[in-house]
Design a protein around this ligand. Structure first.
Ligand code: COA
Length: 177
């Protein structure tokens, strides 16, 4: 995949040059409270790996966030999972919804994936609202799923999406199938 075009964002493969922008976003409290300081330690090193699946979310050529995916290739229960963040300066402008809808649309097209999951903190209302807007459905609470920077166990919420659930998001186009 080279680029995926949404309504207002373009997703492209992230490179080590994106590390400063990603670090700047991760350093903001609005992002760090959900990604945690231990959430992504070796940004430069990970972006240099040839097999990474991280995309820069760009708006008019500027990297404003990151969206990543990973796939469980099981022959019996395959699924892909997605995670993302945007710099707070770009929150609440529809970019998160557009980026997620665009990536998930690509993942589900051409038989690439059958099911996509996402697992925000159970109290991350902004993320959950964004994901439900794209068509994700709540599966259930993941008890004591992740540890915050204070060392406290926190619950997660598992959501999943099948191709038919994305129906509301068809306006996003794909630059590369
Ligand atoms: C989660 C995140 C990616 C959402 O992206 P976004 O571009 O701000 O979201 P959108 O503008 O597309 O908004 C989607 C919906 O969520 C709502 N929403 C967004 N931020 C919200 C907030 N802080 N509180 C309540 N609702 C919020 C929007 O109003 C919109 O719903 P609506 O159309 O019914 O009004 C972004 O907030 C973010 O990067 N957060 C920090 C990192 C994070 O939590 N990542 C997810 C980890 S799983």
């Amino acid at each position: 995949m080279d680029t995926l075009k949404g309504r207002s964002v373009v997703l492209r493969r992230a490179t080590p040059d994106d590390a400063p922008a990603f670090r700047a976003a991760l350093a903001c409290e609005e992002v760090a409270r959900w990604w945690t300081r231990n959430g992504w330690l070796d940004v430069e090193g990970d972006l240099a790996r040839p097999d990474h699946r991280r995309l820069a979310i760009t708006v008019e050529g500027v990297a404003v966030g990151m969206i990543q995916w990973w796939a469980e290739e099981s022959p019996v229960c395959p699924y892909a999972t997605v995670d993302m963040f945007l710099h707070p300066d770009y929150h609440r402008r529809g970019y998160g919804t557009d980026a997620l809808r665009t990536l998930v649309g690509w993942l589900l097209s051409a038989g690439r994936q059958h099911r996509v999951t996402i697992d925000p903190a159970a109290d991350n209302t902004a993320a959950i609202r964004c994901y439900e807007k794209v068509g994700f459905r709540r599966v259930g609470v993941l008890r004591q799923y992740w540890k915050d920077d204070a060392g406290q166990w926190r619950d997660g919420l598992l959501l999943d999406l099948l191709a038919g659930d994305l129906a509301a998001g068809r306006e996003g186009g794909h630059g590369d199938r």
